[in-house]
Design a protein around this ligand. Structure first.
Ligand SMILES: Cc1ncc(COP(=O)(O)O)c(C=O)c1O
Length: 385
């Protein structure tokens, strides 16, 4: 046992020396193995992930109260088996959990790398058939992805005067050549939520003419998820696809798990189009926290508390905002959004800049309460109130 594997040894001894050292490791006693393990380079410093030191990160609709302890423990245990591709049984376990909660069959569920991957795959499937009809303002990243590849175009229907989605306008824009309709409820960046009675009847009408995708990324944060979701339309056999994510209520944006609920036939098409397979760590985390009610209640509670702080600040300042049921608020500060973003950045507070030509509208996400509090304190100063 003359070898001790160090970074320097690998660099100076070259590949042969390193190979010899590794060979020695594989035949060593557990004690020697442990020693060799200790000689590997330490993991990358944590500041590579998450917000920089002192930065209030309130721009990306993340939920810093996750991942749950149950998910973290599952990630660490599953990482020990990271040498292996994720077992089909693990994916099926997650599919079954999701299917069970929603009252659908497991084959109606597709697990994806965040809901973004699902939405991109859906845009690639339906985009080539014809335009994606959507509200003027929605989470358009995945439709743009397909559009940038020349595989889709977006027909944007203006919002109502109250910044609501114009469902009648969207339905009227559907033609036999439409690729699909894409909706987002609650919508991003407005944060507005359409009640279930309204969206379900609108979507049922549209789905008789074309495929309708309802992106429900934020729905678990709303006051009454069951009353709002369009999952019942899938169960009624309508041509509807629901997308959901573990990035919001579960606070796992960096872990990357999302899923779709649709007919089994549509699910098969989505499964055939997605490009990656679920990592073992993400799958384990999702299984562990999906029904972690204590964490879900805690997570939602923190987000609601942050939202109330922001709303109270905006009310005190008399600034207009849209009533949100999500982890972000769309508001007017009296300054152009990009100017407010710059001014906040100078205070090490990161918020969203302008969307399209919606110059007066800024979006702030609910981060850690102390960061939300920094935003609330900085806002009056920055707008000269
Ligand atoms: C409305 C909406 N849908 C989907 C996503 C994609 O999220 P993820 O890919 O992390 O599931 C986001 C991300 O912010 C979003 O705002």
């Amino acid at each position: 046992m003359g070898y001790r594997l160090t970074r320097r040894g690998i660099l100076s001894g070259g590949a042969m020396g390193a190979a010899a050292s590794l060979a020695a490791c594989t035949t060593s006693s557990p004690a020697a193995l442990a020693e060799a393990k200790g000689a590997f380079p330490p993991s990358a410093p944590l500041p590579l992930f998450g917000p920089a030191e002192g930065q209030a990160l309130l721009s990306r609709n993340e939920n810093p109260y996750g991942p749950s302890p149950s998910a973290l423990s599952a990630i660490s245990k599953s990482a020990e088996k990271g040498a292996y591709y994720t077992n089909a049984e693990a994916i099926q376990t997650l599919m079954a959990l999701i299917a069970d909660r929603h009252g659908v069959a497991p084959e109606q569920v597709v697990i994806t790398t965040g809901s973004g991957e699902a939405l991109s795959a859906i845009a690639l499937i339906y985009g080539p058939k014809g335009p994606i009809v959507a509200p003027r303002l929605f989470w358009d990243t995945t439709s743009l992805y397909a559009a940038n590849l020349g595989m889709a175009s977006i027909t944007r229907i203006p919002l109502t005067d109250g910044m609501e989605v114009d469902y009648a306008g969207i339905e009227a824009a559907i033609t036999p050549g439409t690729g699909m309709v894409q909706l987002c409820n609650p919508n991003n960046p407005t944060g507005l939520t359409t009640p279930g009675t309204i969206i379900r009847s609108a979507v049922a009408g549209m789905a008789a003419k074309t495929t309708v995708v309802v992106d429900e990324a934020y729905i678990e944060l709303t006051d009454d998820e069951a009353a709002i979701t369009c999952v019942p339309l899938v169960k009624e056999g309508k041509d509807v696809i629901i997308t959901r994510t573990f990035s919001k209520i579960y606070g796992m944006a960096g872990i990357r798990v999302g899923y779709t609920i649709s007919s089994a036939e549509t699910a098969a098409k989505i499964r055939a189009t997605v490009m990656s397979s679920a990592p073992c760590t993400s799958t384990a985390a999702a299984i562990a926290c999906y029904n972690d009610e204590a964490f879900i209640t805690y997570s939602k509670g923190k987000i609601v508390e942050g939202r109330q702080m922001v709303e109270a600040t905006l009310d005190t300042l008399g600034l207009p905002y849209l009533k949100s049921q999500t982890n972000f608020v769309y508001f007017q500060s009296g300054k152009p959004a990009n100017d407010l973003q710059k001014a906040m950045a100078a205070e090490k507070i990161s918020i969203r800049g302008q969307y399209m030509d919606y110059t007066p509208w800024s979006r702030v996400s609910m981060g850690k309460l102390e960061d939300v509090s920094r935003f609330c304190k900085a806002l009056p100063k920055l707008i000269g109130a």
